[in-house]
Design a binder for this molecule. Structure first.
Ligand SMILES: *[C@@H]1O[C@H](CO)[C@@H](O)[C@H](O)[C@H]1NC(C)=O
Ligand SMILES: *[C@@H]1O[C@H](CO)[C@@H](O)[C@H](O)[C@H]1NC(C)=O
Ligand SMILES: *[C@@H]1O[C@H](CO)[C@@H](O)[C@H](O)[C@H]1NC(C)=O
Ligand SMILES: *[C@@H]1O[C@H](CO)[C@@H](O)[C@H](O)[C@H]1NC(C)=O
Ligand SMILES: *[C@@H]1O[C@H](CO)[C@@H](O)[C@H](O)[C@H]1NC(C)=O
Length: 338
């Protein structure tokens, strides 16, 4: 009986490869910890909040020593980042990369469970001058992990803005801005050969605002839509019930356009602001709570997306605290969930 069942499963998996390979684990929800607060809680206080809220995955925007020490022994999985300011130096020098890994990773593992390194944040759109060295930076960091035999445990990737995806609806027609092909193609080759994943920041809030009412609020907030309001991709006939899935599928289609069909996606940022100024009427506490709680349900249910149902799309919510010290419009300072 058991054998029959495992054979049936084996058949199913072989049949669905390479998707089965992508679906090898359950999706998780984590939180980003931005630190632009005028009164930043101490690392011990941060960890106390994480434990109280049963948050087991976090992403940091750097590799802060005190924070990594406070996280040691907690079992909390940590994604650390190479800050954008350090990217040029690391991408130009193997030994600078090796020093970064020695100082920020080797001193903390295994006590602190570092599971990924995000090498830069939205580099192509935020600091395009560093784009030519982005893939080298990932390779140098990875080489240092290989030398320390940590490469199977710690994944190396880089977080992208979803704005590098053009024509994102219908998702089947999406593609990465061709300007970045000389970076994206070697990057995807690297992610594939190291069994890493594409890191993507997904903000239905901005798509909703920029659409000027073309996107219904319910569709952005994962609220049920009447069937005649669901967005249908006319090429694939896939039905989209929320903006989040449409963006993630646009990324899968953009990768397959370049012939990469087996790279999983982890959403490194997603959220909704709880407060905005007068021209941001949908930045409300109610909408933020609705978005985040529906997002969590969607992710931990392993729903996947219409293109890849059941394939885990782990997601880090942006973010743990409001960052009152950030510049910009009111909503910029009000993405915190706690
Ligand atoms: C560290 O995280 C990995 C990946 O989630 C997990 O498999 C491993 O058990 C964790 N180790 C500890 C000591 O918690
Ligand atoms: C870069 O450094 C790693 C060790 O950190 C080493 O294994 C690798 O050979 C070096 N690569 C180059 C191109 O120098
Ligand atoms: C593609 O990227 C380039 C470089 O950042 C930019 O100038 C261009 O506007 C982008 N294309 C579109 C259609 O957004
Ligand atoms: C993808 O594969 C197809 C079929 O093998 C090929 O014609 C096409 O040129 C490839 N595209 C890229 C971007 O490599
Ligand atoms: C959970 O996943 C199942 C399919 O596995 C789907 O039918 C259901 O709608 C999902 N629920 C939520 C809340 O996403």
């Amino acid at each position: 009986m058991a054998t029959w069942r495992s054979m049936a499963l084996l058949f199913l998996f072989l049949h669905l490869l390479p998707l089965a390979a992508m679906a090898d684990k359950d999706a998780f929800v984590g939180f980003n910890i931005g630190t632009a607060l005028s009164d930043m809680p101490s690392p011990t206080q941060v960890v106390a909040l994480l434990k109280a809220q049963k948050i087991f995955h976090v992403r940091l925007y750097d590799a802060d020593q005190a924070m990594l020490l406070a996280l040691s022994g907690t079992g909390i999985r940590v994604t650390v980042s190479v800050p954008n300011q350090q990217l040029l130096a690391i991408g130009q020098s193997n030994s600078t990369a090796a020093n970064w890994v020695a100082r920020n990773i080797l001193t903390h593992v295994p006590a602190t469970n570092i599971t990924a390194i995000s090498v830069g944040s939205e580099v192509l759109t935020a600091i395009p001058n560093a784009a030519p060295v982005l893939v080298s930076a990932l390779k140098y960091i990875h080489a240092a992990l290989v030398a320390a035999r940590l490469d199977s445990h710690i994944k190396v990737s880089t977080a992208h803005s979803s704005s590098i995806i053009l024509d994102s609806f219908p998702p089947s027609q999406a593609f990465f801005n061709r300007t970045w092909d000389p970076v994206m193609i070697p990057l995807l080759e690297f992610l594939q050969s190291t069994k890493s994943y594409l890191m993507l920041n997904v903000y239905p809030y901005y798509d909703y605002i920029q659409s000027r009412d073309a996107i219904p609020l319910d569709y952005a907030l994962f609220r049920p839509l009447p069937p005649n309001k669901e967005a249908v991709d006319s090429n694939t006939l896939l039905h989209y019930t929320n903006v989040f899935d449409a963006i993630v599928d646009a990324a899968y289609f953009s990768m397959s356009y370049l012939n990469f069909t087996n790279i999983p996606i982890v959403v490194t940022e997603s959220g909704w602001p709880s407060k905005g100024d007068s021209n941001e009427p949908d930045a409300t506490l109610d909408n933020a709570n609705t978005y985040n709680s529906n997002l969590i349900k969607h992710v931990i249910n392993n729903t996947g997306t219409p293109k890849h149902p059941g394939v885990a799309v782990s997601t880090f919510i942006y973010e743990l605290y409001n960052e009152d010290a950030r510049s910009g419009v009111v909503s910029e300072k009000n993405w915190g969930a706690f």
